[in-house]
Design a protein around this ligand. Sequence first.
Ligand code: IVH
Length: 667
Amino acid sequence: MAQKISALRQEIKRHNYNYYTLDAPTITDAEYDRQIKILRELEEKYPEYATPDSPSLSVGGPVLDNFNKVTHKLPMLSLGNVYSKEELVEFVERIQKQLKNPQPLLFCVEPKLDGLAISLLYEHGKLVQAATRGDGTIGEDVTYNVKTIKNIPHTLKGNSIPRRLEVRGEVVMPIAEFHAFNQHAIAQQEKTFVNPRNAAAGSLRQLDSNITAQRPLAFYSYGLGIIENGSLANSHYQRLQQLKAWGLPLTKEITLETGAQGCFEAYTRLLQKRPTLPYEIDGIVYKVDDITLQEQLGFIARSPRWATAHKFPAQEEQTRLLDVEFQVGRTGAITPVAILQPVFVGGVTVSRASLHNADEIKRLNIKIGDTVIIRRAADVIPQIIRALPSTSGEQSREIIFPTACPVCGSEIERIKDEAIARCTGGLYCAAQRKEAIKYFASRKAMNIDGLGEKIVEQLVDENLIHTPADLFHLTAEQLIPLERMAEKKANKLIAAISQCKSTTFPKFLLALGIREVGEATARNLANYFLTLEALQQASIEDLLKVDEIGDIVAQHIVTFFRQKHNQEVIQALLDTGIHWPEIKTKEHQAQPLEGKTFVLTGTLTQMSRNEAKQALQALGAKVSGSVSKNTSYVVAGEAAGSKLTKAQELGITILDETEMLSLLGSL
Ligand code: IVH
């Protein structure tokens, strides 16, 4: 056991060094937290092996020699954590018990910024020193660098400024700036940062402050250190407001809350707001507001008893890449898909993630068996953001991009300068056939209710259908033997297939699945050519006259209609009786949602926000980010927040996701 504990300590120390000294962590925060937790548990269980230099007791890593050292007169502390409402309630109860105070307590609640802690020392209102936290007692003098941060005042303004005042807070790189910085670095073939926090840390700990000056950093205050010759309010919240009055920046999200319930409500609100904040946060901090009570409560080890952090679900986690599958899409595009050891990240379990294309695999430099970092921010599809260098010594295996289609065996081609590789099998390839039929039946195309993906796959696998036209010749008897299909469902599906024959010209065009022809293009084509015959005969020159159609799309359209197979399928579809109302005039066709403004809020479950936005725009609607009296509809998904409240206040019509879908389907 002694050996196990010692090995774990060594490992954590190595991670501390990578993280604090090199600014280059090789594991996720969540994994680091887990290792610390295991170490603490072991040390508690086997107190005989406890050592004073254990990393479970210290706050940060060692200090580099290159910067001058600064001793913090008042140590810069760390925060304990809670991970659930129950633990938050326990935290509050513990405090009340210690204070022997059953009254509801007031807490100052702040975002937990994910950056780098910094101490700013002001003497007579002038910034004289700035230091990193270092190990909590000794930090590094980064005064020159900090003076380059634009929102840090060099001189405080206003009255009653203490003669010496130490302000503590976090230096961050705002998310938008972080992305812009990395993009620029990629273009210049320079080193990129793995996340905003490392970007902030790496930028601040530059020996040349000219480099720091070029980095878009920002500072937010969250507390005070030494205060000499000055008196301040007895409330933490009031003190922060005082800092603001002296010109120091605060985040906008600081509130006062009562008791565990108030704190928890603030947690829920902030979690919802997280994707819209300009900086990264990894939780929320609750602090007893009354300074006298804070002093009574005191500290335990390196953390105050009067404050704790409530962590948000991690947005990044590490897991193993078990395998890579190659999926064939509707247009033959081959997409490598990572098969992962299931991992809980950003609130869901992720077991697959797209690797996009061969270039992405090369960029990530990843192999099967590697440990990878998965990121899933709210509402965003999970992504592999990087692979970690293998430490286990286990064998990893090269990802080999296939040269033949994994479904039909046809050759795979990759056109020069295009990232995408494609199966050349066309509709000979069962995978492409399946996708083409799914697309044909989808809501925005022929809208065949009840023809889900699994049914299409079975129909193709059983050789019951080869083209979309075959759908119209299916009988209930053929459907009944399929999995999870009963007579009633089969009859309903046959009726839905028959019903879809009455459609519109743009929807039919979209359903054909011509490459690069989405809803807006299909509508433009229909309005310009009016009839299918006219479109089928159009030349590239004719097509280029249509709104928003360029060379590539025009070429795809001509190629599509020239292919004999496609002509046969179109004829077969028309023979089944598919029809649409004639489009009468070449004049501008009023779009059904023209003049209407939509706002999307909350999480949609059946489509992404972007898909919803495109579908609405294709019908002429405007989609805006904020609710005003000019908003026509607010579409409220799950856990919709302030925009929904505002819409209710303004009396704006609110649609849920299903209502929006039926509106889209009816137009
Ligand atoms: S208070 C005595 N407030 O979290 C309390 N810390 O785990 C000391 N942090 O080193 C910290 N946002 O770098 C506090 N609003 C906030 C914070 C915050 C981020 C960081 C800070 C600290 C670490 C503690």
